[in-house]
Design a protein around this ligand. Structure first.
Ligand code: ADP
Ligand code: ZN
Ligand code: ZN
Length: 724
C-alpha cells in the first residue's frame, strides 16, 4: 500500500503531496513521521492506494504512524478539501486550521496524576526490605499511615531510586489517573422556561430539517432559549451540536447557561484557553465525551460527529470572517458541515447582515422571526442627543445634560448603567497645539493613544509602548492637546461625578485569564454601578438590573468609510441598546451624535430593521456594492518600500489584463498605498477591485496573486470588514 502524504513544512508555497510506502496500520487521517530531504518531518495521510507513479525503487517508507486512531476524521478531511476549493487555501493550511497546534504537534498532550500506596501490610514489607535499606524503610513507614501520596512528592521527600526500587519489588504500587484540565465554569440555576408561541413555532420549523434558517429575533426575544431547545431535541435523538458565538460574547453567562442545561456534555473552545485546556477540551470532543461544542469561529472545525444542528449566534458579527491567513468565512464552512450531516444550520441575530437578510428574502435561507421580547417587555426608548446643540448651549464636556440626568436617575433608583465608547485608553491622540507635532508609532503609520493608568503612549496596532509626553519633543511647548475620549477617561470622569462603583471592560482590562468573567461577575453583583466598555459589552449579556445605556460617541463607527459602516453602526446601536431593561421593561438609551439626522440613527431609534434594510440595499444596488458586487483587495507588504511598490506594479499589470478580459464586469480597479501605510515596520500597498459577482473572476484574481516574491507578502481578501 502507498500513502499520499501532505508534508507539514511551514512557509511552504505549494501543497506537497508525496507518495510513501504505508506501514501496516497506516490509515487515512493519521499523522505520520516521514523522511523528507535528509530530515524527518510531520505529515498527514490524505489517501491510500495500491499503486504509485513514482519510481518504486526510490520511494521511501513512512517512519512511524503518530496516531493509533486518525486525528483527522474523514468528515473533517472533507471539510478541508471543501475549503481549498472555496477559499483558495492549500490543504496543508486547511489542516492547520482544523487541528489545533497543541494536537498537531503533541504539545501539552495528556497529563496524568500519579499516586503511590503501600500494598502489603507493614510487617511483611519491612521483612522484604531488610534492615540495610534505610531509605526504603523510611518510605514504607511514612506510607503506612496514609492511603496514598503523589509520586513526585514522595520522590522529593526521599529519593526516586528508592521509590522505584519499592515499586519493582511489588511493595508499593503506582497508579495513574488522567488529569483533565477543564476551563473554569460557573453553573447557574437550571432554567427551563415554557416557550412562548413564537419560540415554539421557531423550534418546530427548524428542528430536524436539512436547511439553513435565518432566525431574526429582537434582543431579549429568547433566541438562546430557542437554540437550546433545538439542541435538546438533537441530543434526544443521539445527535450532537455546535453553537458558535463571537469571541467577545462567549461570556461566562452563556457558558453557565449551557452547562446548566447540558451538564457534563459541553466543551468550550475559545482563545482564552491555555494550551492544556484546549487539548483536553478537543480530546473530549474527539472521543465523543462532549456532545455540545460551544465556541468562537474556529469551533466550526470541532471533530464532532452526527451533528444534529449548527447554530451561529450573532451571525452578523465581523469575527466570523477570519482576517488573517488562512482566510475563510465561517458561514460557508458551517453550511457545508450542515449539508454533510443533513441537519439545520441556524443563523441567529437581532440585526442580520445585509447579505444574510437578502438571502432570506431571496428564499436561499428560510426566515423565522421572533418579533417581540419575552413577556412582551417593551424595547428601551432611544433618545438622540445633538452634541452640536449641546456645544452651542455652552456644554463643552463630552457628556450631554440628558445623559447625566439619566445616570443620576439610574443611580438614585439603585439600578445599573452601561456606557459604551468604542475607544480604549484615555485619549485617542496627543497633539502639540503650537507646532502641530503628533505622537506617532515608530513602526506604524498611526497616532499613539494615551493610557493614563500606565502613564504611557501605546500603539494599538503593534502594542509598542512609549513614555508619555509632558512637553512637545519638537518645540518643547507644554501646550499639549489630548484627542477624543476613551474608556479610561470616561471611567475617571464617572468616578468624579458619581459615588458608585465603576467597572471598565476593554482589551486592556480583560487581557488576564478570566478577566472578562471577573469583571462581569462583579458588575452583576453590584447595584448601583456603572460599566464602561468598548463593543465587547454589546453582546450576549443578560443583566436584569441594567436600566440605562449611554452611547457616548455613536459616530465613531459611522465614519469608518467602508461600505459596511452604516450596517455596522446600526447593528452596534441595536445590540448595545438591547442590554437595557431586559427584565422589567424599564430601559432607556441616550445616543450622542453630531449627525442626529443620519438615517442610520433614525431607523435605529425606532428599531426599524426592515426600514434600514430597504434603504441600505437600495443604496448598495445603485452604487453596485456587495452583495451586488464583490470587493477584492490584494494587500502587498514588505519592509522594503521599493519591493512593495515593485510587486504592486507587477500585480497591477496582471490585473489590467483581467480588466481587458472581463471589460465592464470589473467595475473598479486601482493600485494605491493602503489606508494605514505602515504597520510593524512593513510598508503596505493595495490593489483594490470591485466586480460583478462571478467565481471565474475571483479565481483569476487569486491566481495572479499566487506568486512567491522574496521579502514580500501578498494577501488576498474578499469583502474585507475593515480596510486599513
Ligand atoms: P436573546 O438571546 O434573544 O437576546 P435570551 O435567550 O437571552 O434572548 O432571553 C432573554 C431573557 O428571557 C433571558 O433571561 C431568558 O432566560 C428569558 N427567557 C427566554 N425565553 C423565555 C420564556 N419562554 N419564558 C420566560 N423567560 C424566558
Ligand atoms: Zn510642538
Ligand atoms: Zn506600532
Amino acid at each position: 500500500m502507498y500513502a499520499q502524504v501532505i508534508v507539514d513544512i511551514s512557509n511552504d508555497a505549494v501543497d506537497r503531496v508525496f507518495d510513501y510506502v504505508a506501514l501496516k496500520d497506516t490509515e487515512i487521517g493519521m499523522r505520520v513521521r516521514v523522511p523528507f530531504a535528509n530530515r524527518e518531518v510531520l505529515g498527514y495521510v490524505i489517501g491510500l492506494k495500491s499503486t504509485t507513479d513514482f519510481d518504486k525503487t526510490k520511494i521511501k517508507s513512512i517512519i512511524k504512524n503518530l496516531d493509533s486512531i486518525p486525528k483527522l476524521k474523514p468528515e473533517i478531511l472533507e471539510v478541508c478539501k471543501f475549503m481549498c476549493g472555496r477559499f483558495f487555501l492549500r490543504l496543508s493550511d486547511a489542516i492547520k486550521l482544523v487541528l489545533p497546534s497543541c494536537v498537531r504537534l503533541d504539545k501539552s498532550s495528556e497529563q496524568y496524576n500519579s499516586y503511590v500506596r503501600l500494598i502489603l501490610d507493614i510487617d511483611t514489607a519491612i521483612n522484604l526490605i531488610g534492615k540495610r535499606a534505610k531509605s526504603q524503610l523510611a518510605i514504607v513507614a511514612s506510607l503506612n499511615d496514609q492511603i496514598e501520596i503523589e509520586y513526585t512528592k514522595l520522590c522529593e521527600m526521599f529519593s526516586r531510586a528508592s521509590v522505584n526500587a519499592l515499586i519493582d519489588k511489588g511493595i508499593i504500587e503506582r497508579t495513574f489517573t488522567r488529569k483533565l484540565r477543564a476551563p473554569e465554569v460557573t453553573i447557574s440555576n437550571v432554567e427551563k422556561n415554557i416557550l412562548t408561541n413564537y419560540q415554539q413555532n421557531a423550534v418546530d420549523m427548524i428542528a430536524g430539517k436539512d436547511e439553513t434558517f435565518l432566525l431574526k429575533g429582537v434582543t431579549g426575544s429568547g433566541k438562546t432559549e430557542v437554540y437550546m431547545t433545538i439542541i435538546d431535541r438533537a441530543l434526544a435523538q443521539g445527535k450532537t451540536a455546535i453553537m458558535l458565538v463571537p469571541e467577545i460574547s462567549l461570556t461566562p453567562q452563556m457558558m453557565s447557561r449551557f452547562n446548566a442545561r447540558f451538564p457534563n456534555l459541553v466543551a468550550v473552545l475559545h482563545s482564552g484557553l491555555s494550551e492544556g485546556e484546549r487539548y483536553d477540551e478537543w480530546d473530549r470532543i474527539f472521543t465523543g465525551k462532549a456532545r455540545v461544542v460551544l465556541g468562537a469561529r474556529s469551533a466550526i472545525f470541532a471533530p464532532i460527529e452526527d451533528l444534529g444542528v449548527i447554530v451561529i449566534d450573532e451571525e452578523h458579527d465581523g469575527s466570523y470572517t477570519s482576517e488573517t491567513n488562512p482566510r475563510y468565512f465561517t458561514h460557508d464552512v458551517a453550511e457545508f458541515r450542515a449539508r454533510q450531516n443533513h441537519c439545520p444550520l441556524v443563523l441567529g441575530s437581532a440585526t442580520p447582515s445585509i447579505d444574510s437578510y437578502k438571502k432570506a428574502k431571496d428564499g436561499v435561507y428560510k426566515l423565522v422571526t421572533l418579533p417581540e421580547r419575552v413577556n412582551n417587555i417593551p424595547m428601551p426608548k432611544i433618545e438622540i442627543i445633538d452634541m452640536l446643540g449641546e456645544l452651542m448651549e455652552g456644554n463643552t464636556s463630552p457628556y450631554s445634560k440628558r445623559l447625566i440626568a439619566k445616570l443620576d436617575e439610574c443611580v438614585a433608583n439603585k439600578k445599573q448603567a452601561i456606557l459604551f465608547i468604542n475607544r480604549r485608553g484615555f485619549a485617542s491622540f496627543v497633539l502639540c497645539r503650537e507646532c502641530g507635532y503628533r505622537a506617532k508609532c515608530d513602526d506604524c503609520e498611526v497616532s499613539l493613544v494615551y493610557h493614563k493608568e500606565d502613564n504611557e503612549l501605546k500603539c494599538h496596532f503593534c502594542g509598542k509602548r512609549y513614555r508619555a509626553l509632558t512637553n512637545c519633543p519638537n518645540c518643547k511647548s507644554t501646550n499639549i492637546k489630548y484627542g477624543a475620549l476613551g474608556t479610561e477617561r470616561v471611567c475617571e470622569d464617572m468616578q468624579k461625578m458619581f459615588n458608585v462603583p465603576i467597572f471598565r471592560m476593554d482589551n486592556d482590562t480583560t487581557r488576564v485569564k478570566n478577566g472578562h468573567k471577573n469583571i462581569l461577575e462583579k458588575f452583576a453583583q453590584t447595584t448601583p454601578s456603572i460599566l464602561v466598555g468598548t463593543q465587547m459589552i454589546a453582546k450576549g449579556h443578560d443583566y436584569p438590573n441594567v436600566a440605562f445605556v449611554g452611547i457616548l460617541d455613536a459616530d465613531v463607527s459611522l465614519y469608518n468609510s467602508d461600505y459596511k459602516s452604516n450596517e455596522r453602526t446600526f447593528q452596534l446601536i441595536t445590540q448595545v441598546s438591547g442590554r437595557a431593561g431586559r427584565k422589567n421593561g424599564d430601559g432607556s438609551v441616550v445616543l450622542q451624535t453630531y449627525a442626529p439626522k443620519h438615517y442610520v440613527y433614525r431607523f435605529a431609534k425606532n428599531y426599524d430593521y426592515d426600514g434600514f434594510y430597504d434603504k441600505e440595499i437600495n443604496l448598495r444596488e445603485t452604487t453596485k456594492f456587495p452583495p451586488f458586487s464583490i470587493i477584492l483587495r490584494i494587500l502587498i507588504s514588505s519592509k522594503s518600500e521599493n519591493r512593495a511598490r515593485e510587486v504592486t506594479k507587477k500585480l497591477y499589470d496582471q490585473a489590467q489584463t483581467l480588466k481587458e478580459k472581463y471589460g465592464n464586469d470589473i467595475l473598479f480597479l486601482q493600485a494605491m498605498s493602503a489606508p494605514v501605510k505602515r504597520i510593524q515596520t512593513k510598508y503596505r500597498y493595495q490593489i483594490l477591485t470591485r466586480f460583478t459577482p462571478c467565481d471565474k473572476i475571483t479565481s483569476d484574481f487569486f491566481k495572479i496573486s499566487d506568486i512567491i516574491e522574496k521579502d514580500v507578502s501578498i494577501f488576498v481578501e474578499i469583502n474585507p470588514n475593515n480596510l486599513r
